[in-house]
Design a protein around this ligand. Structure first.
Ligand code: RFL
Ligand code: PHB
Length: 398
């Protein structure tokens, strides 16, 4: 079946979903295709923290009704090390800036519901196979896929947005010689659990511990999200729930404070990686979100970067469709400034807080010195706070 649209979007994660909505607000048609089912996309456990720029973007785009009711505004985080817990007060350090705890699962549910309500059942095509992109260096790039009923589709587009995540097909469609990539693996992974128990803390705790990093986050007043640093090749079968809780209690231990335990609802292990691919454009293909860059989750940046990319991309595509290539030509360089800032911040948080297997005692001393400096110096604490709460994002209507 041969059809036509203005923008073909590959991937219904946060980047692709928000882009299709921002384009619709500008009167631009798009077709959004996704290899997974709707239920799978809505249940995938991932991020939990939105920068205030991301919240503002969702509000301006008319997507924040449930976020405003259920999101939990946090004015800081705790850093724990050497047996003490210290508060970093974002509001005080950044003139009132905050972050909002609202799960990526909920963001994705809100975005899917809105696209289907506005664009009809055809606005998103779930469970497709054999996605391909071609003719990218012409002004009629083509998106091809097979739908869930087995029909093959060929869509002629004005532009294609590759929002298909780190393992997608769009980035590999760029000729290798035209792409530069930077990559760093880390010698540890995160074991994450979702637990049906009220959080034992009012704000997130990032804990440095000789046994490894731990993070106490949350999803709601009744659901906790916790992470443990584990070996990169760790097998989840080695971590029965009792062992996970015991290890979390050990790493968060503080006199007079108790970690509340509850039923584990979800359990998984995630590797850690920094990755940047540039440029984020090839001809009429534009990469956005994890398709172009990955950060380790320690800085809570991945979802926010995906949103910031599409906030730049939507007006750039609108201009391109009206014959003005300038914003599209600037897209990659504009986004990469923020991408590299977040890449550095995520690397810095990660290496400051994790124990490198086999590292000598000097690593721990350097980390503790850095942590003492962050909690003891207003300048250093402000740097963490402004990076964590994030930098301004282009408004939805720009
Ligand atoms: P996604 O979410 O990976 O979506 C890509 C979509 O493309 C689909 N796809 C295809 N569709 C069609 N054809 C193909 N050939 C396709 N190939 C793939 C996929 O099925 C998928 O639906 O990328 P996007 O939209 O760029 O969004 C990025 C974010 O999901 C990611 O950066 C964050 O989750 C990272 N992250 C965090 N980010 C934050 O900002 N704050 C956090 O607190 C935070 N915590 C985290 C995180 C990621 C984690 N994991 C599991 C990697 C915590 C964890 C544990
Ligand atoms: C989460 O809630 O999943 C989360 C929060 C902060 C991070 C990473 C993950 O840095």
């Amino acid at each position: 079946m041969r059809t036509r649209t203005q923008v073909g979007i590959v991937g219904a994660g946060p980047a692709g979903l928000l882009l299709s909505h921002l384009l619709a607000l500008r009167g631009i048609d798009s077709v959004l295709i996704e290899i997974r089912s709707r239920a799978y996309c809505e249940a995938r456990q991932r991020a939990g923290v939105l920068e205030d720029g991301s919240v503002a973007l969702l509000r301006e785009a008319g997507l924040a009704a449930r976020l405003d009711r259920q999101g939990l505004e946090h004015g800081g985080i705790y850093l724990q090390f050497d047996g003490e817990r210290h508060h970093i007060d974002f509001r005080e350090l950044t003139r009132g800036r905050t972050v909002t705890v609202y799960a990526q699962t909920e963001v994705v549910k809100d975005l899917i519901a809105r696209r289907l309500a506005d664009g009809g059942d055809d606005a998103i095509e779930f469970s497709v196979t054999d996605t391909a992109v071609s003719s990218l260096d012409t002004d009629r790039p083509r998106l091809s896929y097979t739908d869930a009923s087995g029909v093959r589709h060929e869509i002629d587009c004005d532009a294609i947005a590759g929002c298909d995540g780190f393992h997608g097909i769009c980035r590999p469609a760029i000729p290798a010689g035209l792409q530069a990539t930077w990559e760093r693996g880390y010698p540890y992974s995160w074991l994450g659990i979702l637990a049906d128990v009220p959080p034992s803390t009012d704000e997130l705790i990032y804990a440095h511990h000789p046994g490894g990093f731990a993070l106490h986050s949350l999803r709601s007043p009744s659901v906790s999200r916790l992470y443990l640093q584990v070996d990169p090749d760790e097998d989840i079968a080695n971590w029965p729930d009792d062992r996970i809780w015991a290890e979390l209690s050990r790493r968060f231990e503080l006199p007079g404070w108790t970690l509340h335990r509850g039923p584990v609802l979800d359990k998984s292990i995630t590797p850690m990686r920094s990755f940047v691919s540039a440029p984020m454009r090839y001809g009429r293909l534009f990469l956005a979100g994890d398709a172009a860059h990955i950060v380790p989750p320690t800085g809570a940046k991945g979802l926010n970067l995906a949103f910031a990319d599409v906030a730049v991309l939507a007006p750039a595509l609108e201009a391109l469709l009206h014959g003005d290539d300038k914003p599209a030509a600037a897209y990659s360089a504009t986004c990469l400034q923020r991408v590299w800032r977040s890449t550095h911040f995520s690397w810095w948080m990660t290496t400051m807080l994790h124990h490198t297997p086999g590292a000598d005692e000097m690593e721990a001393q350097l980390q503790l010195s850095q942590l003492r400096y962050v909690v003891g110096s207003t300048a250093a604490a402000t740097s963490l706070a402004e990076n964590y709460t994030g930098f301004a994002v282009p408004p939805a209507a720009s």
